[in-house]
Design a protein around this ligand. Structure first.
Ligand SMILES: Cc1cc2nc3c(=O)[nH]c(=O)nc-3n(C[C@H](O)[C@H](O)[C@H](O)COP(=O)(O)OP(=O)(O)OC[C@H]3O[C@@H](n4cnc5c(N)ncnc54)[C@H](O)[C@@H]3O)c2cc1C
Length: 331
């Protein structure tokens, strides 16, 4: 109903009255991490916890599709845009970090690197391996991030969420279903037509004592490691999850296998020889083919076409079904 012009203006007026600075027809190609996407009908930057709660409650009350995003570093928006409200989580103030011994409560919108550095100043560490991941704390938990075979879940105690009923409550990590690149929250917004899903406000972490110098040293070393293995350019990181393999049916070199999964980098590069393949302005990186690079001005259609071609080829050659690690935002 909100694509009718009058209704659209009416919604905008209500959103502005309640939230203040709400924009309309915002280019997702301008504001998203991957720089792809049409227009977001409405856009709101939530600077505080109260902003976040208020905007989500309001969108729910108006029955307005809405999506809470962090840094959008795992999201592919489509060229047709998003019909509804994008809530950018900027709840990231350093003074909203509370430390009690080795336990930390941090705002969900804080960028991982900023959090790591801030905690390093206070003599706490352990999550330096997350430093090069360009996401927020909330997005990292939803996506169950891991790097160098270490997982965020091992440092997580639980999260404060705004639940389905609009109540704020603490949820222990065991209830979040965190496993390889998956959680109960990942994809839930889409499955619920972007209408009612829990939103992470804060996370409680358990870290370890570590000097500021040691934290800095570890951060630098993970960045150096990344520089050697990770392609430059705008991307969402890995497009596909590494698929599980059955050892009696498949044979891959040892270096392509980890934890019972075969690396997509190997499959897309050596396996189907798609390294450097390009459609429109999207190219599979020549360094790591699971990274789909936006060469500038790329379209979501081209990204999706490459996704389909890769899936078909891998299925044909290895009888493996690839699943996206990225989230495709569609409504
Ligand atoms: C260069 C590069 C390198 C990367 N390396 C890694 C890596 O090593 N390991 C890895 O696991 N991933 C990696 N990623 C993927 C990505 O960065 C992570 O998934 C990241 O944690 C996503 O965080 P975000 O804040 O950008 O979340 P977004 O992409 O904005 O959102 C992801 C999902 O979380 C939801 N969400 C976000 N915030 C909240 C909230 N507060 N409450 C409820 N739902 C929320 C969104 O609705 C969406 O469903 C990489 C990406 C890039 C671009």
């Amino acid at each position: 109903m909100w694509w009718n012009k009058n209704k659209k203006d009416e919604f905008l007026m209500t959103l502005k009255q309640e939230l203040g600075e709400v924009e309309s027809d915002v280019s997702l190609a301008k504001i998203s991490y991957l720089k792809i996407g049409g227009l977001a009908q409405y856009y709101f930057g939530a600077k505080t916890k109260e902003d976040l709660i208020k905007s989500v409650r309001l969108a729910r009350k108006l029955d307005l599709p809405h999506l809470v995003i962090g840094a959008s570093s795992n999201l592919l928006f489509l060229d047709k845009g998003f019909q509804g409200l994008i809530i950018k989580n900027n709840y990231a103030a350093k003074d909203a970090i509370y430390i009690n011994g080795s336990e930390v409560i941090a705002p969900s919108g804080i960028i991982l690197l900023v959090l790591i550095k801030e905690l390093g100043q206070k003599g706490l560490g352990g999550i330096e391996f997350l430093a090069p991941i360009p996401g927020t704390l909330g997005g990292a938990i939803v996506s169950a991030v891991e790097a160098n075979k270490k997982e965020i879940k091992n440092f997580l105690v639980g999260v404060n969420v705004l639940d389905f009923n609009g109540e704020v409550k603490f949820v222990k990590k065991e209830k979040l279903g965190l496993k390889y690149r998956q959680s109960k929250l990942k994809g839930l917004a889409k499955a619920r037509n972007y209408l009612k899903y829990p939103v992470i406000l804060e996370a409680k972490l358990k870290l370890m004592p570590r000097s500021k110098e040691e934290v800095e040293r570890l951060v630098q070393s993970v960045f150096l490691m990344r520089q050697k293995s990770q392609p430059q350019g705008i991307s969402l990181g890995c497009t596909f999850k590494n698929p599980k393999i059955e050892f009696d049916k498949h044979s891959f070199p040892d270096e392509a296998i980890s934890n019972g999964r075969v690396s997509c980098g190997y499959l897309l590069d050596k396996g189907i020889n798609f390294k450097g393949k390009k459609i429109g302005r999207i190219q599979l990186s020549k360094i790591h083919a699971n990274f789909f690079i936006n060469l500038g001005g790329a379209k979501s259609d081209h990204y999706l076409k490459l996704v389909e071609e890769v899936k078909e080829k891998v299925k044909e050659k290895y009888n493996l079904d690839l699943k996206e690690e990225i989230e495709i935002i569609e409504n």
